[in-house]
Write a protein of this length. Structure first.
Length: 204
């Protein structure tokens, strides 16, 4: 499984206009191992192959980096297994993150994974609903798999203001953003027909 994951990263990264170093790939593979070991017990992600994890979970998460300064802090709302933030943190050393997750069993996984991956000095883990968390000095907010995403979107936008928003979703999320009269850019994920990254600039 690890070999399949690594091979997929190497062969598919060009589709995402990325050029990962061997050190970065090794770090990402270590993360994949941690998720795979615990997924059966914690249901961190839906069952997936090494190639699917590499493309859909890791390479798609790394598309965030195109929209982030070299050194900044992000808040990852409903992070679950640490997606999309942990792959980004592993690849870009100037990045810091606040991982917000309400489910305690997933928080325990995140805590152990962050330490095992050497990210402890750049990551804060918050075991709360996002509305109860203080985003502090974070400059961007990202979200990939929040339960009832479209329902919670108005509250998320109010909570995150004036930070930039980087949201992963499909056409239903685009429709909701239009309903809210939100200006956004969207990037279709490579190797996908219906998954997008929605970019909403910060400002009051």
């Amino acid at each position: 499984m690890r070999d399949q994951f690594i091979k997929a990263l190497k062969t598919r990264q060009n589709s995402f206009s990325m050029s990962l170093t061997d050190v970065q790939i090794e770090r990402l593979a270590n993360y994949y191992d941690l998720v795979r070991e615990q997924n059966e017990f914690l249901n961190l992600i839906a069952p997936t192959t090494g190639e699917e994890f590499a493309v859909r979970h890791v390479l798609e998460s790394l598309t965030l980096l195109e929209y982030l300064p070299r050194e900044t802090t992000i808040a990852d709302v409903g992070t679950g297994a640490g997606l999309p933030s942990i792959p980004c943190l592993l690849v870009r050393e100037g990045l810091s993150g606040m991982l917000i997750e309400s489910k305690e069993k997933k928080v325990k996984f995140l805590s152990s994974a962050v330490e095992a991956l050497g990210l402890g000095d750049r990551v804060t883990i918050v075991n709360k609903q996002f509305e109860e968390a203080d985003p502090g000095d974070t400059e961007y907010v990202t979200c990939r798999a929040l339960d009832k995403f479209t329902t919670k979107l108005p509250r998320l936008m109010k909570w995150s203001r004036p930070r930039g928003l980087l949201l992963f979703g499909g056409n239903n999320l685009a429709e909701k953003l239009r309903d809210l009269d939100v200006k956004f850019d969207q990037k279709l994920m490579p190797l996908s027909e219906q998954r997008f990254l929605f970019v909403i600039k910060g400002g009051r």
